[in-house]
Design a binder for this molecule. Structure first.
Ligand code: FES
Length: 191
């Protein structure tokens, strides 16, 4: 919990809203032991604050009769949880072997160059966060990256350039609504 305390001052310290608290309490009733709902609790915190806050973890711990350390351990185990504010567009590049062989390193370098940040960083305008993750379960279409909830498979540099230009002008909600782009990207080996 030391890391939480050290970094906590720069984070939004909100916990769960009343409706989220009630949702977590109801969800926990479905399990023989309350702590089984911890992933749901962390998802609620992240959904409301944009990342997993210290206050949120403490509140989940209290509601599920866990220690804050136990909740923190779960939050740091899964890459889908973020303990710091992230950019509007979270770009996750797969670094596992099939994607590495398929050009993930070049893809990451290209993204770093285009965005002007290194892996693990967020652009100063808060628009993009760039991270690497383990297998995204689309190994046959390497290299693969996930951007917010959308997969981009067999990604080319040209495709990356085009997407970054689009994302710079577009809020994520608008991008998420463009279902034709999602279909076009899936399995397509072009830009
Ligand atoms: S190795 Fe990249 S998706 Fe599985």
């Amino acid at each position: 919990m030391t890391e939480i305390a050290n970094n906590g001052s720069s984070r939004r310290q909100s916990g769960l809203s009343e409706s989220a608290r009630l949702e977590l309490i109801e969800t926990a009733k479905r399990y023989p032991i309350k702590r089984s709902a911890v992933l749901h609790g962390l998802r609620l915190v992240q959904r409301e604050a944009g990342f997993v806050t210290e206050a949120g973890m403490r509140e989940v711990a209290a509601l599920l009769e866990m220690t804050p350390h136990e909740v923190y351990d779960v939050a740091t185990f899964y890459t889908l949880f973020h303990l710091r504010p992230k950019g509007e567009y979270l770009i996750q590049v797969c670094r596992t072997l099939p994607c590495a062989l398929g050009g993930a390193e070049s893809l990451l370098s290209h993204l770093e160059q285009r965005l002007g940040i290194r892996e693990g960083q967020t652009t100063p305008d808060g628009k993009f966060t760039l991270v690497t993750v383990e297998c995204l379960a689309a190994c046959g279409k390497a290299p693969v990256m996930q951007v917010n909830d959308r997969y981009h498979e067999a990604v080319t540099m040209e495709q990356v350039d085009r997407l970054i230009d689009q994302w710079r002008k577009m809020p994520p909600e608008q991008d998420a609504g463009r279902t034709t782009e999602k279909t076009a990207d899936k399995g397509a080996r072009r830009g």
